[in-house]
Design a protein around this ligand. Structure first.
Ligand code: ADP
Length: 159
């Protein structure tokens, strides 16, 4: 049996406990994960790609089988380069569904050999998003319970 490696792509701006929950549970299904940080110029991220690599690496350092990299190309091209054929995504509320469905079908059309898998968010994280963390931080609220301590520190330093 070959090792099953899945790619978990996202912007991770910043990584939250919701992302980490998907990583932890994804590791029960796959032999290894590559967390692939999209440069996402269009989204104008708060953190540079190097900052995001650093914060995600720190957040996943306790897992042996997780690699963290960035990519700035079509996701399916990145998977081909990595010799991987599984995409892992998280699903929160219904509003995620339309976008994820569109992306999964587009990727399947472009690369039928690649499968997209979804993990349903843990109940407690269903409302959690990187965007809300940034919004709370901008308005001076508390968000420490939603992200690892080093991420909270990095976010606070930005505002
Ligand atoms: P993107 O810009 O690709 O949407 P994100 O970093 O926002 O990047 O999200 C990456 C993936 O993680 C997406 O599949 C998203 O649905 C999932 N995700 C984000 N937050 C959560 C959460 N709280 N629970 C479960 N999945 C999540």
């Amino acid at each position: 049996m070959k090792n099953r490696i899945a790619v978990y792509p996202g912007t991770f701006d910043p990584i939250t406990n919701g992302h980490l929950d998907i990583i932890e549970r994804g590791l029960k299904l796959f032999d290894g994960l590559i967390v692939a940080i999209a440069e996402s110029h269009v989204k104008e991220p708060l953190f540079t790609v190097d900052e995001r690599i650093k914060m995600v690496r720190e957040a996943v350092k306790k897992y042996k089988n997780v690699k963290v990299e960035s990519f700035d190309c079509l996701l399916i091209d990145y998977l081909h380069k990595k010799n991987a054929n599984i995409i892992l995504r998280g699903l929160r509320v219904i509003s995620d569904f339309e976008y994820e469905f569109q992306m999964a079908l587009t990727n399947r059309k472009l690369a039928p050999e690649i499968e997209t898998t979804f993990m349903m968010t843990a109940e407690g994280y269903s409302y959690l998003s990187s965007r809300f963390i940034k919004e709370i931080a901008r308005l001076g609220g508390r968000f420490d319970c939603f992200v690892p301590p080093h991420v909270a520190k990095m976010v606070k330093e930005k505002f």
